[in-house]
Design a protein around this ligand. Sequence first.
Ligand code: PNW
Length: 497
Amino acid sequence: ASSNPEIANAKLPANFAWGLSSSAYQIEGAAKDEGRGPSIWDLLSHRVPGQVVDDTNGDILGQHYYLYKQDFARLQKLGTPWFSPSISWPRIFPFGSGPINEAGLKHYDDVIAELVKLGIKPALSLFHWDTPLALFNEYGGWTNPKIIDDYVNYAKFIISRYDEHVPVWFTINEPQYCNWQYSYYPAGEYYPSYGIGPGAKARWLCGHHTLLAHAKVAKWYKEEFKGKGRITFKNSGNYFEANSTSTEDAAAVSRAYDFVLGWFGGPWTDGDYPQSLKDTLGDLLPTFTEKEKKLIKGSCDFYAIDAYTGYYVGAINDVQACATNSSAGGWPECVSQSSVTPDGFGVGPSGDLGVTWLKSTPGGIRSFLKTITKDLFPAVPDIMVTEFGFAEPFESEYTNIQDATWDLRRADYIQGYLDNILLAATEDKVNVTGAFIWSIFDNFEWGSGAAVRFGVQYLNYTSLERTPKASLFQTLNWFKTHGGEFVGSDVNATLGR
Ligand code: PNW
């Protein structure tokens, strides 16, 4: 039950999509099996000292590639109506383009068939940061416009094969992170730099190419292929509140939103980058041709936001100097961001001392949904929270399995966020159509490896057993209480009703 009396009896909008999310490299394991080609993350995790804090990798962790039937059976047993994973591009095209790996394809045929059999709807990402290494080695991955055609070729192939069973497609997960390339280009010691130079330039180039790749696929999907589902990409962003009522701090908030959300939201809602990006970045920011602007505008069917937390934002002194120097404090937004309120309190509890960026700010998600749909991008028809979740705690903090599964801070985070997503719908009249929790079970958390756990199920890294945490039951109970959809018939028994 909700702690918030305002919404104790409130019901979700009809057809609200909810479920758990994940991504291929983070849960599949089987990295060297059945013809999968390497991705940049195999390189990063195996070859780049310091890239992953605990020197782990996605080679095996989770083994969802082999255990997907069990994982889906549990989802269905619990009644979860949606699952939002990603397909591994290098499993289908081991070299990024060219020959197809039939074993990988057969695997995803089976995965989709299993979901269909169980009545679980996939919201499927085509790309979640696992750029085929061959394309990186050959031409620099997302920094090179050549990747657009290779991505489009892959995306069309997958969509044509599975569209009948996939109601929601995400072309790209969080293009902001451009495959992490912008952050590791300066470390030219470990990879060729392709003449791109410092991170500042690579970042905007990668973003530009992800936008064009997305737009080409979306255009084809809607106009030529006439797909049955809806298509968009997943944005990443956090709620920003001004440090003070000063005009400088208000301007800093709007600047931060432009750089985080407008960078991608501007082109598809308005046809171009926000003016503030053009003014500050000058030649660093690529430009769209008129034809490209037309291609991108309107290329998303709805707004998808991965939103984990919120910050206080203020102005910094020399914005221009910061903008052109990727190692400057505050780059690339070039504002100050803080997890402390102006009167000196923390914005919210942190799940884990190692994940300092992530504080629980449930009120922020409500304001954020309103800000995105009413202020920033009023053209957006509806919005889904495609990821939110909490890290708690480091493996070393556990003394036993009960500690690990009794994840009360995560349970509280999830309930607080769901309450506020519901309030955004009922009180603020935001057209919010879905919410996916990150993540189905503890997985490979990129630079934090196996050290940071985001799952609503505990993963025993040795036995591979998954154990539901308190937060998973809390989630089920919340959706039951507020009229969420369930598949299967066992959920009442599961919840002891
Ligand atoms: C997401 N931020 O990325 C990713 O899509 C997941 O793969 C990842 O496991 C998950 O977050 C948890 O970290 C984010 O700076 C990247 O606020 C950055 C931020 C949030 C999410």
